[in-house]
Design a protein. Structure first.
Length: 190
């Protein structure tokens, strides 16, 4: 069953270079599944401009920038939009998109609730992954600091005996001895 006011879409495409033409050509890679659905009559004010553009244009649309990518019914951003409608009976269809699309055709109120729940779940998942990424970066920075200070202390092997870098009371400011001149006794003139 083909859904009206929808478009079939994929998450990504690849850029290939032709041996004749130096410019990159967008192509759809083999096995780039599942097929998602983009609803063209969503009431979202944020998606309105993008969806109007998709309605007007014919042919396969390759979305270059991630911020321009429309969202599928399951919530993922899609970068390739086909001019054909989404087919629920297609074996390669995204199961989440298929389920939400079937509910949309039966009960619009339940569809809105499920769509909101799906978006909230995606947002929670994104926040969880972002928190984990920040925690891992913080842990790596602390490990790098732990590695840095012992290396720095070992690198100062020409310190006089008895000087402890962690104890400021052992720090002294002595003048360096010059090896090319003879040592002079205290209070003697040359």
């Amino acid at each position: 069953m083909m859904l009206r006011n929808t478009r079939a879409a994929l998450r990504r495409y690849v850029l290939r270079r032709s041996p004749v033409d130096p410019f990159p050509i967008p192509e759809i890679p083999d096995g780039c599944l599942p097929v998602h659905t983009v609803v063209l009559d969503e009431p979202s004010p944020w998606a309105c401009h993008r969806l109007e553009r998709l309605k007007r244009l014919a042919g396969i649309q390759f979305i270059e920038y991630a911020w321009e990518a429309p969202r599928a019914l399951c919530g993922v951003p899609v970068r390739v939009v086909y001019p054909t409608a989404f087919d629920v009976a297609d074996g390669d269809a995204c199961p989440e998109c298929r389920g939400v699309a079937e509910v949309r055709s039966i009960d619009p109120g339940e569809y809105q609730r499920q769509l909101r729940d799906l978006q909230q779940e995606r947002y929670r998942e994104w926040r969880r992954l972002e928190r984990r990424r920040v925690d891992e970066a913080r842990q790596r920075a602390l490990e790098d600091l732990d590695d840095f200070y012992p290396r720095r202390d070992r690198g100062l092997g020409n310190m006089p005996p008895g000087v402890d870098l962690h104890d400021p009371s052992t720090w002294t400011s002595q003048r360096p001895h010059h090896h090319d001149s003879a040592p002079q006794a205290r209070d003697e003139s040359a």
